[in-house]
Design a protein around this ligand. Sequence first.
Ligand SMILES: [Zn+2]
Length: 446
Amino acid sequence: MTHQRPTVRRAAGVSLAVLALASACTKHDLLAPQPGSDALPAMEQRPIQAPELSILKASSPSIATCGASSVYPLTNGTRTIGSVTVSNDASNIFVTYATPTAYWWISDTRLAVEKSAALIPKDGSGNPNPWSFRNIGEHEPPITSFTYMIPLTRVGVVAGQTAYVSAMAGVIHPVVESEAGLEGGWEWMVMWGVGNTPTTTKSVVHAYPVASCGGTAPLPPPPAPPTAGGVITITFDDGYATVHKNAFPVLQSLGIKGNLAVNPIPIDQQWGSYMRMAQVQEIYNSGWSVVSHTMDHKDLTTLSAAAMEAEIRDAKAWIIARNFGPAEVFIVPFHSWGSRERAMIAKYHKYARGRTIDEFWPERYEPWPIRQPLDLTSYEPEYAPWRTAQGRAETMTKVKHAVDNGLFLDLLFHQVQDADLATFRDLMTQVAAYKSNIRTWKEVVQ
Ligand SMILES: [Zn+2]
């Protein structure tokens, strides 16, 4: 029942400027369009390791936006293997790359969002030059979806105005598109992005009308940086017995409280590695929150509408019947959801955590106080990993960022094994330095 590993990893401490420079040095000559030519960049062969298929996400992030989204093909003019979706909320423009086509993955993304078409960097032929775009992502391992979140204030546009978008992706795919061929040669292909259809090969800059979110007045200036600090929650998903045995005593000894996101079926049926009801009750009685994670942790996107509703509805009823809670909070299994699941979750819950911060660039934290309660994000120290000093430092960077910038962050854990107890205690001791910023879900929803 563990969650899928986050798909987007970026080397710690390496600035995007450095990545951009390195990329420009190593790839420019190979990929630049031929001057004066309509030809698309040629394909390139380079050895790339196959991604671990189990860590690739199947669905792209679902975010609360207003107005209609613009969806463009991600294509090289010959073959379309995905899409680029542009949408906005009151504060940001979101650009989501997605490759749902089997065996095609994104290894690089480059994005320009500007207030005029003239501001999009161009090469000598007048074509967009992605090597000079402001937003650059290198995705190792490669990904199936990725979302950039660009503040409207950074683009310099407000609702009712137009932003100009140019997006591209380097994609990889095995030459032989079958399970049997996955060990074979791999091909890296540049896909010139949005709107680059066979009939409009040069239309790679698109005007995007920024939708008004509940009003026609210009957006207010961004709020002043908060001084009160952000809020951290600590949530243990799935209800494993190791949380009662190892994590709970550590947090108790440090004087901080966490949360459980549980599935009733493993508890009620007393599955082997899961907590018993008395243990859940003991933890809840100590002041932790106990929130819903569905009845038995199925991937909601694979269920019929009726089955999906039952997973969500019945788990909430279970939480309420046992006096746990808060019942307003829902943790999305596998972080797998789309618009259909989101609508059903919203029918029963006000708050949802269903993404990690590193599925977005910049990393996406919800502001505190919370403005979009269905869009809460987490960070999972398991993959830092917390077992190393460097991983603990990485986690503390995220915690400090949230606290210092008035943001909300849920620290997400699953198991705390005996072998990891000492390093877990070390991490939690550092987290406990922010004790006044740590809340339970019950305190968050008040
Ligand atoms: Zn889970």
